[in-house]
Structures are given as structure tokens and as C-alpha cells.
Ligand binder design. Structure first.
Ligand SMILES: [Zn+2]
Length: 112
């Protein structure tokens, strides 16, 4: 379970940014969470209220946008969502480049 340190890190970062820009309270944080990161949004939401307590984020809403895991086949150019094995469904070759799904970042912060 590595979601707790992630939530702590995000809350720290947003709290610092809010203080630096002279904001009094944060209403909303939107995160982009790639499916390939292995981070489970449900756990982020579980930890969120506790970690936000006592910071400028207290009571803030957490929104999560999941980024699908997609790769580009270097052999035939097909774009697909790989399974565990990762073979291209079109040409059967396992040689690809990750296009998306590895992001874990703050997209937007809403202040009160
Ligand atoms: Zn292919």
C-alpha cells in the first residue's frame, strides 16, 4: 500500500502552493492518475480527509481523472491497451512504447 505517502506528498505540495500564493483555503484538487502507476483511486479517497486535516486543504474535494494505459506497437503502429503479456493484438509482437498511463500529477487546484 503506497497510497498514503502519495496523498501526504500531494497535500504537502498543494498546501505549500496555496500558502505561497496567499490563499486561505483549498476547495478542490484534481489529480490525473495513470492506470499504469498502480495507484488505486479508492485508497487515495480513503486517506484524503485525514491527511487534509489541519492544512489549508481541510474539507477540500478530491477529484481523480484516470488516464488509460495505452501503448504504441513499434512493429505495426497499432495503438492498444496491453494485458499482462503485452502482445500486440494485431501483429503478435511484443515491442511497444508507452503512450499514456504513467502520469501521477496535479491537474488543477481550486481555491475558496
Ligand atoms: Zn503490432
Amino acid at each position: 500500500m503506497h497510497e498514503l505517502p502519495i496523498v501526504e506528498h500531494i497535500v504537502d505540495q498543494v498546501d505549500e502552493m496555496a500558502r505561497e500564493s496567499g490563499e486561505e483555503s483549498v476547495a478542490l484538487v484534481t489529480l490525473i492518475v495513470g492506470q499504469k502507476t498502480g495507484v488505486v483511486p479508492r485508497f487515495l479517497w480513503d486517506y484524503w480527509p485525514d491527511v487534509c486535516e489541519g492544512t489549508l486543504l481541510e474539507g477540500a474535494e478530491l477529484q481523480i481523472e484516470e488516464e488509460p494505459y495505452e501503448v504504441f506497437c513499434k512493429s505495426c503502429g497499432n495503438v492498444f491497451r496491453p494485458d499482462q503479456v503485452g502482445l500486440c493484438p494485431k501483429c503478435g509482437v511484443r515491442k511497444h512504447e508507452i503512450l499514456s498511463g504513467t502520469k501521477l500529477m496535479i491537474k488543477q487546484i481550486g481555491f475558496r
